[in-house]
Ligand binder design. Structure first.
Ligand code: ATP
Ligand code: MG
Length: 246
């Protein structure tokens, strides 16, 4: 599969071959601009491949009903979508046809570390999350990230089977990030997960790690296998490990 942005001749993804097995977790790593977020937009069908195809259970995504696929895949974007609605509606939009599932909204908020944020809001779940409206407040980047994770978990609660996380902890504080790692396997159990991250604490937990470089998957294996292989991944890992060494 290849993908080029309109008006640009050089492909961002060039002959990429990536298989996601149902129920497994895959981490995608690569330098800034490697095409990771572009890959997410293709998986969520916001964009279509320029050549080749993406298949789910052998079926070309283009042949599937777009609304059905959007219910199957829950995405936490690098820059989360911020709806000028209440905190409750912002989470419930993960599965809008189950808007009344208040218990579910509260349960996913707990798991995503968003419940504590809601407690601090002036009108709790009814608080409007925009400064543009009277009585509304804005959230911080990390709080929006927690909300986005809760929204995706709400989608998963109501049938989404694929969870795609594009740098889900980049704006979280140290404690929030540690809590997220601890819950990561629990949060994603039973789902097909793709997580994009520059943090090896997240990456190493994934069953399979893929290195994206110049539009291709250049390395693929478990964290331990790739470290032992001594390639790009091992190099990236060594740099980060050295930085955090005591
Ligand atoms: N909307 C767009 N139009 C044209 N080019 C784009 C667009 N979005 C991204 N690109 C280009 O595509 C390439 C890959 O970008 P992408 O955002 O997928 O990288 P990334 O791996 O997610 O990087 P990062 O680690 O910084 O998030 C970059 O060269 C970027 O300039
Ligand atoms: Mg990106």
């Amino acid at each position: 599969m290849t993908f080029s942005y309109p008006g640009r001749s050089d492909p961002v993804l060039d002959g990429i071959d990536l298989e996601l097995r149902a129920g497994t977790s895959t981490a995608v790593v690569g330098v800034n601009g490697a095409g990771k977020t572009t890959l997410v937009s293709l998986l969520s069908r916001l964009r279509e491949p320029t050549t080749g195809r993406i298949t789910a259970d052998g079926v070309d995504l283009r042949e599937l009903d777009p609304a059905g696929w959007q219910r199957t895949v829950a995405v936490v974007f690098q820059d989360p979508v911020r709806y000028p609605l209440s905190a409750y509606d912002n989470v419930a939009l993960g599965a809008i046809e189950h808007h009344g599932d208040r218990e579910g909204v509260e349960a996913v908020a707990e798991r995503a570390g968003f419940a504590g944020v809601v407690e601090g809001l002036p009108h709790g779940w009814d608080t409007l999350l925009t400064r543009e409206l009277p009585g509304g407040v804005d959230l911080s980047g990390g709080q929006w990230q927690r909300l986005a994770l809760a929204r995706a978990l709400f989608a998963a609660r109501h049938g989404a089977r694929v969870l795609v996380l594009d740098e889900p902890t980049s704006a979280l504080d140290v404690r929030g990030e540690a809590a997220f790692y601890e819950r990561f396997l629990d949060i994603t159990r039973g789902l097909t997960t793709v997580v994009i991250s520059h943090r090896f604490a997240t990456v190493r937990r994934a069953g399979t790690v893929c290195v994206l470089d110049s539009g291709r998957v250049t390395e693929r294996g478990t964290h331990d296998e790739l470290v032992a292989a001594g390639g790009t991944y091992a190099e990236m890992y060594a740099v980060q490990a050295a930085r955090f060494a005591p």
